[in-house]
Design a protein around this ligand. Structure first.
Ligand code: GLY
Ligand code: MN
Ligand code: MN
Length: 432
């Protein structure tokens, strides 16, 4: 790990936070790592996921509830680190690793003395002993932090790159398990073992769909029994590296089938789209271009006979590809800085309601590019009664048992184009 990248990241955050505070009514930020949340009527807790704003500063403490970080202009960030006597759990040692150099660390045993002052508290809730000057998640500060987080530092870029390099190892293992006739459950377990993650470390629940299950966009189960035939496999699964997520999808098909040809064609269209990713590119235009490419694929395969333009006009591509082209990626899989988190961002156009990012790409942003092609009966049904939709329904019936296709890579916008962390990750392994 290049330690200087993190050191520069921390410095950058301090400078940017100082600027943000100067423009606000606050003299500091108080960021909580979050707390364990008990299940209803139970003494067990849900798995812990640290507050992403805390991870932004201290990615090395993403398994540490009840920490507080105070950031004030001209001072070293101060970490309040809980050190309870607890014989039920393994308790954390006071951090003394290289990354603590830029911090002041206050061990907390028993009652915590948090500072007074006009503080913007960025946390799920206010800490005990709340002071009158504290304000929980003030909108202007939160929105400014979203903006900051939407453009990644070199440290963050390295974390996302490494998360990708790790996740591709899981995808390679999953493809091998598919060719060996494994069940969804076995494929899932082999994925986890290949990247040495347990389930609660994953950035989102693995999607592992054999055959028809590939058409369920967020398929949430894993069948324990292998099906009679392994026609296709869709795996949407990531990994985490120092708190940053990979979000990768690959689709496998039995060679020699029409479905395998469709996988190849969508893969080529996805790469052509990635080649358009650059500073200043309009994400909505890329999404619309992908609809046109998909219309071409559907026509060439004989699935739809309408021209590409009329397929789009009739909503045909929308039925085969109902989700957006991609989203911002970072500590959160659907990262902040896009419209759903920030009312100042461009709304998705009405005709693409599921497009999670509808703005202009900027150098340093990291996005997914994830087109799909699915056979989803509930979306195709209305087209059956649409006289202008010239669809080869016999071919649709033939392809539906294969489920669907999604190809998803993670891309950083650079000064002169982009870097594809995911394909680079596959290429590294192929070259070993
Ligand atoms: N894995 C969720 C998504 O691709 O957005
Ligand atoms: Mn995904
Ligand atoms: Mn995604």
């Amino acid at each position: 790990m290049d330690q200087s990248l993190y050191t520069a990241h921390l410095k950058y955050l301090q400078v940017e936070t100082d600027k943000l505070l100067q423009q606000s009514a606050f003299d500091g930020l108080l960021i909580g790592s979050g707390s364990l949340i008990r299940r209803f009527m139970d003494d067990n807790s849900y798995p812990f996921f640290a507050n992403p704003y805390f991870v932004y500063w201290l990615p090395f403490l993403d398994q540490h509830p009840d920490c507080w970080l105070l950031i004030r202009a001209g001072e070293k960030p101060r970490l309040y680190f809980p050190m309870p006597d607890d014989f039920w759990h393994k308790t954390a040692q006071l951090p003394d690793q290289w990354w603590t150099e830029g911090l002041e660390i206050v061990p907390v045993k028993g009652r915590r003395e948090l500072p007074e002052g006009e503080l913007a508290v960025i946390a799920p809730e206010l800490p005990e002993g709340e002071c009158s000057g504290w304000s929980l998640n003030p909108e202007s500060v939160v929105l400014a932090l979203h903006q900051l987080r939407s453009v990644k530092t070199d440290w963050e870029s390295e974390c996302l790159r490494q998360a990708n390099y790790l996740a591709v190892q899981g995808h390679i293992e999953a493809a091998a398990a598919f060719s060996q006739g494994c069940s969804e459950y076995e494929i899932h377990q082999r994925y986890l073992s290949a990247i040495a993650h347990n389930e609660s470390q994953m950035p989102y629940s693995n999607i592992v769909g054999l055959n028809e299950h590939g058409a369920i966009l967020h398929y949430q189960f894993q069948e324990r029994c292998a099906p009679d035939q392994h026609r296709s496999l869709l795996v949407d699964a990531g990994a985490v590296w120092q708190g940053y997520a990979a979000d990768i999808t690959r689709t496998q098909a039995q060679p020699g089938t029409l479905f395998a040809q469709l996988v190849e064609q969508l893969d080529a269209a996805q790469q052509a789209c990635v080649a358009q990713v650059r500073d200043g590119a309009d994400f909505v235009a890329l999404h619309e271009q992908m609809h046109l490419s998909l219309a071409g694929i559907l026509r060439d395969a004989g699935i739809v006979r309408n021209s590409p333009d009329s397929q789009i006009e009739l909503g045909i591509t929308q039925a085969f590809y109902p989700h957006g082209l991609g989203h911002l990626l970072g500590i959160q899989v659907h990262d902040v800085g896009a419209w759903q988190h920030d009312s100042r961002q461009t709304r998705p156009p009405a005709e693409h309601p599921y497009l999670r990012f509808a703005g202009t790409l900027k150098q340093g942003m990291v996005v997914t590019i994830e087109p799909g092609l699915y056979f989803i009966e509930s979306l195709l049904r209305p087209l059956r009664d649409q006289p202008q939709a010239d669809i080869n329904w016999a071919l649709v019936e033939q392809l539906s048992p294969f489920g669907g296709i999604r190809i998803e890579d993670n891309i950083r916008v650079t000064s002169d184009g982009c870097e594809n962390y995911t394909r680079d990750g596959f290429a590294r392994i192929a070259n070993i």
